[in-house]
Design a protein around this ligand. Structure first.
Ligand code: F6P
Length: 354
């Protein structure tokens, strides 16, 4: 009897998502009794009327490993346990549609799910598992904020894109004796900023884990100038926050805020701001992420074959192992303030403004 596997990807898109989908489908089709279908736009596909699903053939996934985005589309706003439903009065109300989801899985003859996602997605997987769904998770993140796994796919590409951007901004800052502030993603974890600052040779790196003082930032910036000649590059994560302030993240606003503060505190240098935004999430995944994505995809399907559900595939010490969702959720991978990378950054003179 043919078995049906459903792939759902949810959360923000991430370089490597297509490589995972391809890996799952290719591995599944090595068994002769598996069909793989994909839910379009996260859980929308399996909850919409009519259902919006796609049969994933080898032909459909052929050659997609280097494509950015996801052929299945995704979103970060649709939790089946709190799903926005349009009411008669024109307003939307969040409702628990998990029973409807389970019914639709039955109607489709789906026997198991592989769910690709970040922190929030694994919480959903855990809840679905509790309701009896056979589900395996695959970690993805551009922010590197998932604990338990040494690697998820997506982050290395984002850090590479951010580094290329710092490289370009260093040359223009130096040509004009300017300070350039580049804002990158990272609401709660400053990994992209930290990697790009070290790899790109920035002078200041501001991350959510280390509250900063604008005076200390200015001190560092001034040290980079002599007789008005000099330049400096700042990499700031969107979730960074000055000491003593209670910040809320408004994407794309922090670089401008810091720029204004530097001017208000009398910094003499000419200042410019760059917000990298979704450039970090789009486009071709680097080889590292394609490999991790492929590895996790193949292993996730093999767990399905072994009937090992309720787990996320994790990369630990060069091995790929299943970890129960209960051990995955509610754990966050912050930048370790006493860790090697922060020490390394300080060792080459990068200021965290602390
Ligand atoms: O979680 C990934 C992430 O890229 C964050 O770093 C960022 O703050 C957020 O998603 C942006 O979300 P959206 O694509 O909805 O603007």
């Amino acid at each position: 009897m043919t078995k049906r596997l459903l792939i759902v990807n949810s959360g923000g898109d991430c370089p490597g998502m297509n490589a995972v989908i391809r890996a799952i489908v290719k591995r599944a089709h090595q068994e002769n009794n598996w069909e793989v279908i994909g839910s379009i736009n996260g859980f929308d596909g399996i909850l919409s009327e009519p259902l919006d699903i796609e049969i994933l053939t080898d032909k459909r996934v052929s050659g997609i490993h280097f494509l950015g985005g996801t052929i299945l589309q995704t979103n970060n706003k649709r939790n089946p346990f709190s799903y926005p439903v349009l009411q008669k009065n024109g307003k939307t109300e969040n409702q628990d549609l998990s029973d409807k989801l389970i019914l639709n899985l039955k109607i489709l003859g789906v026997t198991s799910i592989i769910h690709i996602g970040g922190n929030e997605s694994h919480k959903i997987s855990f809840e679905l598992q509790k309701k009896g769904i056979d589900i395996v998770g695959i970690p993805k993140t551009i922010n590197n904020d998932l604990s338990i796994t040494d690697y998820a796919f997506g982050f290395q590409t984002a850090a590479q894109i951010a580094t290329y951007a710092v490289d370009k901004l260093v040359t223009t800052a130096s040509s004009h004796n300017r300070v350039i502030i580049m804002e990158v993603m990272g609401r709660d974890a400053g990994w992209i900023a930290l990697h790009a600052a070290i790899a790109g040779g920035a002078d200041v790196c501001l991350i959510p884990e280390i509250p900063f003082s604008i005076e200390k930032v200015i001190r560092k910036l001034r040290s980079r100038y002599k007789n008005e000649k000099g330049f400096a590059n700042i990499v700031v994560a969107e979730g960074a926050c000055p000491i003593g302030e209670n910040c809320s993240v408004l994407e794309g606003t922090l670089a401008l805020k810091i720029s204004k503060e530097l001017k208000r505190h009398g910094l003499e240098a000419d200042i410019r701001e760059t917000i990298l935004g979704h450039l970090q999430r789009g486009g071709v995944p680097i080889a590292f992420d394609r490999i991790i994505a492929t590895e996790l995809g193949v292993h996730a399907f093999e767990l399905v074959l072994e009937n090992k559900f309720g787990v996320m595939v994790a990369h630990q010490q060069q091995r790929v192992i299943p970890v129960p969702f209960v051990e995955v959720i509610d754990k966050y991978h912050d930048v370790d303030l006493n860790g090697n990378l922060v020490k390394t950054a300080r060792g080459v003179g990068i200021s965290f403004g602390d």
